[in-house]
Write a protein of this length. Structure first.
Length: 217
């Protein structure tokens, strides 16, 4: 099992190293490739997420294509895909609390950890409300069209979601007050490093320092 705190360190080093690479090399995919071998069960679901995120990556690459800098566009796409694939595989089986606990292990200030945790929690709440609303609309056989009625439905849905989110946020706040929350998230287990963590870190260092197999257009 990959340590969340060591995973965060590896992601930081990997992203920092990739930012200084001016050409696309095959070796930058060594770290994601190792994780794909270690996390075989997560490959399919991770690639589906990566495929969706490529919509935004391609939009970034288009700006370089407009300026006729095709090599830079290729670098943007490959570098972003390598980093996102690496990050998704590191955290595919980790919960929000695991990540918050790993920040605590890395001695990040308690207020920043709490801020990260509750922002993440609220994003999950919004996602849950959106999925529930989408199911309700599907049950009611709503079909999207370019007319005033559809736009009115969308406006009502957005307004309802905002009200629900504020309501859930207020309940979460009251729950934390009742539990005497003092701005610190406690963890019940110690995050320990293992041999796999050091293997991943070593592969990350090789990925960003070994420039072999240049990819060019």
């Amino acid at each position: 099992m990959i340590s969340p705190s060591f995973g965060l360190i590896s992601i930081f080093i990997y992203s920092f190293g990739l930012s200084f690479i001016n050409s696309a090399y095959l070796t930058i995919f060594l770290a994601p490739l190792l994780l794909m071998i270690l996390q075989k069960k997560a490959i399919l679901s991770t690639l589906k997420k990566l495929l969706f995120l490529n919509i935004f990556i391609i939009i970034m690459g288009i700006s370089a294509i407009i300026n006729q800098d095709y090599q830079y566009a290729l670098l943007i796409v490959l570098r972003a895909n390598a980093l996102i694939l690496f990050t998704l595989l590191i955290f595919h089986d980790k919960t929000l609390f695991d990540i918050a606990a790993s920040l605590h292990t890395l001695k990040v200030p308690d207020k920043l950890i709490s801020l990260f945790f509750f922002v993440g929690k609220f994003v999950i709440i919004i996602k849950e409300e959106f999925e529930t609303t989408k199911k309700v609309m599907k049950i009611r056989n709503f079909k999207s069209k370019s007319n005033a009625f559809s736009y009115k439905i969308y406006a009502n849905v957005i307004g309802m979601m905002i009200v629900k989110c504020f309501d859930r946020a207020e309940k979460l706040k009251n729950s934390m007050i009742l539990r005497n929350f003092q701005g610190k998230i406690y963890q019940s287990k110690i995050d320990k490093f293992n041999k796999i963590d050091f293997l991943i870190l070593l592969t990350v260092l090789i990925s960003i320092s070994l420039h072999v197999g240049e990819i060019s257009l």
